[in-house]
Design a protein around this ligand. Sequence first.
Ligand code: NMX
Ligand code: MLT
Length: 435
Amino acid sequence: EPTLKERLAQIIPAKIEEVKQLKAEHGDKIIGTCTVSQAYGGMRSVKSLITETSLLDPEEGIRFRGFTIPECQDKLPKAKGGQEPLPEGILWLLLTGEIPSEAQVQQLSKDLVKRAGLPDFVVSMIKNFPKEMHPMSQLSAAVLALQTNSKFAAAYQEGVKKTQYWESTLEDTLDIVAKLPEIAALIYRTVYKDGKVPAVDANLDWAANFNRMLGFNSHEFDELMRLYLTIHTDHEGGNVSAHATHLVGSALSDPYYSYAAGMCGLAGPLHGLANQEVLSWTLDLQQKIGNKEITNDQLADLVWEGLNAGRVVPGFGHAVLRKTDPRYTCQREFALKHLPNDPLFKLVSQIYDVVPPVLTKQGKTKNPWPNVDAHSGVLLQYYGLKEHNYYTVLFGVSRAIGVLSSLVWDRILTLPIERPKSITTESLVKEFKAS
Ligand code: NMX
Ligand code: MLT
């Protein structure tokens, strides 16, 4: 069977031809417009980016290369005895658009194992970060340090042809994905535990290896980690981490620089940091409630308290989605299967009943339903990964698979430097005065 790189090389010519034809036949067709409100409003719904790896429907949620989350759970290869997809499978899917065979996924797992391992200076750098430095800052800084190893940067210096950029971008992508579990685990073990991380195990898949490095050894948690690392990979191109990666990459900054930029965006509380915020908020509620049962009306009062103080309800709302995030739903299903009686899960379920009507009544948010971050923390707590400041790092490890696959496609399609036109308020006022 062809390797990932060989399969991509087979797929690429037809895709390049398709894009060439599309541009030749329809290059001047309009796919989106931008109003004044949209320009001031975060460019919401302005169609202006090409991202091949996934597409988000406001009602249905994400499709990875055309496949919904339940379809990915069904079709992607699993670990022996497991039921959740292996993240190596979605890496293959996002890159090629094809569901890989078990053999292809196994081969990719082995390739990632071979690429694992950190240079000593990165290890000592992480060990020497101050403990109070946020784990997301540590992640971005460590990835930037690793940039020293970029094969794209080296190839570019040697004058490699534009049509071959994707090859060293793919190499960097696989290296980064392979090394991230150790970077992330070393951050975790150094900040919260004994600073020791076991070597990668050639007989384990990527997610199970990550769990061993973090210090967890439960097959059920391995299953959760496989699901978690699969569903957080990609959310089309306009979200902050994907867009930042793409933008920085468009300057031909290599995948290390580009992904580190994406991670700086993921660290914002309106984006990936929301998973940390959700857990702090939920535990806070749990503490306020104490050991007693609470009615939905009483819980609604507590939710209103935060809203009236001008805070957002973390984990709810979305810039594109207008229904419950299917990434929330699949995590809820996992909880119903594995931890139906966990008290924190019961509270999260009650929050699911209470918050959407409260947000609807408040009348501001365009989407009162929960997003992915409203559910991830309770699962991690249950399996003993309790340090919420760390949660966004897990999101970031997964997101590498999506944003870097997308960057490989930016290189395959030789997309140019991104440089939209900006305008001033003064220029707009003048323009509309004249008309
Ligand atoms: N709680 C309270 N108010 C909200 C919420 C919420 N969960 N969501 C939106 N609003 C407010 C929002 O702040 C804005 O208020 P104002 O007019 O005073 O500025 C108003 O509703 C309209 O916002 P929308 O157009 O509905 O949302 P927008 O597209 O601007 O932002 C989010 C999307 C996701 C940033 C926003 O819903 C939010 O802040 N949610 C909470 C944080 C969160 O869960 N982020 C994670 C998103 C997923 N991820 O991982 O990246
Ligand atoms: C994501 O996964 O990137 C978030 O849901 C945010 C988004 O899509 O805008």
